[in-house]
Design a protein around this ligand. Structure first.
Ligand code: CAO
Length: 441
């Protein structure tokens, strides 16, 4: 038998991560990959698994401890055959009290977000992986993975449960209390989730009475999207303002750059020009680069311009964020957009890829359509929808001339942005797209 100290593996660029749950106790027999503790960053919750099977001899951390890479978590007593299975790349563990102890490396942690990569066991909380689908601040809740699993097993929607733990964290006891209350009030509690709000639920219909049907479950991303989109739609008073930008000159410029773009290994689509133009107008009109705070009484103006771009994936809509768009060139933006949309379609986005957006763009221009009304990706305050550019006859004062017109739709939160400001934003955007020289002014 050997005693091994199990350190916190390299889980990325994190410092002082709080332990929110210790999942093992002295004497427990744990299996390889079984979770030992749960850590929480401001982006995600992750479980740290045991690298191999063994018996817990010491638990070296407690709830609320702050851990860094290499900090010892537990001491595991393992038989020698198991011990030799310990994976290479040892990390610096805390000093081991017992002579037989040696630090070992541990498998990658399990981020509890929607990342169907080989390292992740996506179980819940896609709010970070899917920011357009993240719950609004008011609807967010905190609960450890085991509590979430407990709630799932009971079919409890945690967004309905009040947490009594630190910082309103939902505890197992809260879930139990919720279930007890639900059983005591079966009629009101078992009603559809919109019960209690002023909105009547949609009728439940047995469609088989009309013909053959097939039931297809929604993907996890779609389920999250549905919640978040409903929340944005219901909480944000939307206005959508339409315009068209004359992108004839932009298109000539884009075509003239084609060879250079190819040499640089990128494909320039109109979208990156739109991103640059949006960044420019956001810089000029900071109210659009903002969020209401949780009280709804203050506007937080952001001094950075990170733009979320909606990407259509087989599993649903995700919105990775391209950072500092105002500071990047067209080729760099194209390259980032291509990389991030590829990762999105492969389900490999990280929470960081999707955090921190100030404004979103949804471009359906590559697909078609003349206009659509995008839903504001709260807590952002505005979103731009881009449809397919079309050659149109435009009256120049004396005759109709063929111009390439790009349809734009700006949806905004009317609590923050007045109609006149919305009109000014979209006119300014249209102006920049029509004459890219505006970008260098
Ligand atoms: N007008 C005319 N043509 C356009 C255009 C526009 N507004 N936007 C793109 N195109 C062209 C591109 O130039 C490209 O043409 P070629 O193949 O001839 O070079 C083609 O359409 C395909 O473009 P693309 O879609 O591959 O690239 P993109 O940079 O425009 O968009 C991305 C990238 C990731 C945003 C896009 O692929 C995507 O996923 N769009 C869907 C977003 C979505 O689902 N939004 C809805 C959210 S709300 O439910």
């Amino acid at each position: 038998m050997t005693v091994k100290s199990i350190p916190l593996p390299d889980i990325g660029n994190f410092k002082d991560l709080p332990v929110i749950e210790v999942l093992v106790a002295v004497g427990d027999r744990v299996q390889a990959e079984q979770s030992l503790i749960t850590l929480e960053s401001d982006k995600a919750t992750m479980e740290i698994p045991a690298p191999f099977a063994g018996t817990v001899r010491k638990v070296l951390v407690k709830t609320d401890d702050k851990l860094n890479i290499g900090d010892a978590i537990v001491e595991l007593e393992v038989d020698d055959a198991e011990a030799t299975k310990a994976i290479e790349t040892p990390v610096n563990a805390a000093p081991a009290p017992a002579a037989a102890q040696e630090p070992v490396s541990v498998p990658a942690p399990t981020p509890l977000v929607a990342m169907p990569s080989p390292l992740a066991k996506p179980t819940q909380d896609q709010s970070q992986a899917d920011p357009i689908n993240a719950p609004s601040p008011g609807a967010a809740y905190h609960a450890s993975p085991s509590v979430r699993a407990f709630a799932r097993a009971l079919g409890v929607d945690l967004s309905q449960v009040s947490g009594t733990g630190v910082k309103s964290r939902i505890l197992k006891a809260d879930v139990t209390a919720y279930v007890k209350a639900a059983l005591a009030e079966p009629i009101s509690r078992s009603a559809p989730s919109s019960a209690g709000s002023a909105i009547a639920p949609l009728p439940s219909i047995d469609f088989t009475q009309f013909g053959a049907i097939e039931t297809v479950p929604l993907s996890r991303i779609q389920k999250r999207s549905g919640k978040h989109l409903s929340s944005c739609w219901l909480n944000i008073p939307h206005v959508t303002q339409f315009d068209e930008a004359d992108i004839t000159a932009l298109e000539d410029f884009r075509v003239s750059l084609k060879m250079r773009a190819e040499k640089a290994g990128v494909k320039l689509t109109p979208l990156v020009f739109v991103m640059k133009a949006v960044a420019r107008v956001l810089g000029d009109m900071p109210k659009f680069n903002a969020s209401l705070d949780a009280s709804g009484e203050n506007l937080i103006l952001k001094k950075y311009i990170h733009i979320g771009v909606a990407v259509d994936t087989p599993n649903g809509l995700v919105v990775p964020v391209i950072r500092d768009v105002d500071q990047k060139g067209l080729f760099e933006l194209s390259s980032e957009l291509a990389a991030v949309s590829t990762r999105a379609r492969e389900g490999k986005l990280t929470p960081e890829d999707m955090a921190g957006g100030c404004f979103s763009i949804s471009s359906l221009g590559g697909i078609g359509g003349t206009q659509f009304t995008p839903i504001v990706n709260g807590p952002e305050v505005a979103i731009l929808g881009v449809s397919r550019a079309k050659m149109s006859p435009v009256w120049d004062g004396s005759s109709f001339v063929p111009r390439l017109m790009l349809p734009l739709a700006l949806s905004y939160d009317h609590r923050v942005i007045d109609g006149a400001q919305g009109a000014r934003f979209i006119s300014a955007l249209s102006g920049v797209l029509s004459d890219l020289r505006e970008l260098i002014l």
